[in-house]
Design a protein around this ligand. Structure first.
Ligand code: ATP
Length: 304
């Protein structure tokens, strides 16, 4: 059973002050983009996780892999032995690791969908979403995909309609950034001064409804960007290079360091990608369109 799952961009990411429990309240607009991981689960006597593809060397193959945590959590939920679930998980990564596109969460979402099918569980998407929220704040969105408004820690999602397809160029950095480190840096910057904050999310929701990429470009915003750039100053150069190459706007994706450039159309995205590849400001450049659906089975055949 193979499930394909997209990565996410945050078109708007408003981060509240740190709460007593160490988390931050978020107000975010997610968009799922066509940069995907494939997750295959199969029945096996020898349980475990294997990972190949983009950045796979940096991904844990053991119990700390988020996909494996998804196996154990779902097994517990349905009364199977979480320490001997008799499945193997094979992950083919296309989403950059520690890149701010929620690749680990995507694999967890894909694993839930694949296992629910492999084990023939009669579970609705809502029940899966409740389990997903226990695994991480981005996991419910990656089950769903499309565009969505996320609140709480990002796990409470409401779909946002948009008929338009947007064309993005994504610049992967040479090394990842740790999400907790980026939040800590934001808290430090806020304790020292008053870095600007993104405003209300309403104008961006309206721009999504109209579908004009030029209007959307003016409204992209990410409170984590200043912190990511503070930890990785070279990102400033990457962001400038994308806009010089003809993108409408550039933004750090989530906690970074992946930079996402919104382009006017498909042709412009190809041109921006070509110029950015030659500019020497990042490791790899990809073109991806969004929004796309969340975790979905590929081929549809069960391999029990
Ligand atoms: P975030 O969801 O915080 O934005 P991210 O996109 O920056 O995360 P991920 O690719 O999800 O980063 O990986 C974050 C860390 O999680 C990695 O450094 C890796 O060690 C660990 N990890 C665990 N499972 C996975 C997985 N299946 N794929 C990628 N990373 C994983």
């Amino acid at each position: 059973m193979t499930v394909r799952v997209p990565g996410k961009l945050n078109l708007h990411l408003g981060v509240g002050d740190v709460r007593g429990d160490g988390y931050h309240d978020l107000c975010t607009v997610f968009q799922a983009v066509a940069l995907t991981d494939d997750v295959t689960v199969s029945v096996a006597e020898e349980p475990g996780v294997e990972v190949v593809g983009e950045g796979s060397a940096a991904v844990p193959a053991g119990a700390s892999n988020l996909a494996w945590r998804a196996v154990q959590t779902l097994a517990t939920h349905v009364g199977r032995d979480p320490d001997d679930p008799k499945v193997r998980v094979a992950i083919r990564k296309g989403i950059p690791v520690a890149g701010g596109m929620a690749g680990g969460s995507a694999d967890a979402a894909a694993t839930l969908v694949a296992l629910a099918s492999l084990w023939r569980l009669e579970m609705g998407r809502d029940e899966l979403a409740t389990i997903a929220a226990k695994l991480g704040s981005d996991v419910p969105f990656l089950l769903h995909g499309g565009n969505a408004l996320g609140t709480g820690r990002g796990e409470q999602i409401v779909p946002v309609l948009s008929r338009h397809t947007y064309h993005w160029v994504l610049a992967f950095d040479r090394r990842g950034l740790s999400t907790p480190d980026v939040y800590t840096e934001l808290d430090r910057l806020r304790a020292e001064g008053d870095p600007p904050r993104v405003g209300s999310v309403e104008p961006l929701l309206e721009a999504l409804a109209t579908g004009d990429p030029r209007q959307l470009a003016l409204l992209l915003g990410n409170d984590l960007q200043a912190a990511a750039v503070s930890l990785r100053p070279g990102l400033r150069r990457t962001l400038r290079a994308g806009v010089s190459a003809g993108a409408l706007a550039g933004i750090v994706s989530g906690s970074g360091p992946t930079c996402a450039f919104l382009c006017g159309d498909a042709q412009s995205a190809v041109e921006v990608a070509a110029e950015l590849s030659g500019a020497g400001v990042c490791r790899t450049v990809r073109v991806a369109q969004g929004p796309v659906p969340g975790a979905r089975t590929v081929g549809g055949e069960e391999t029990r």
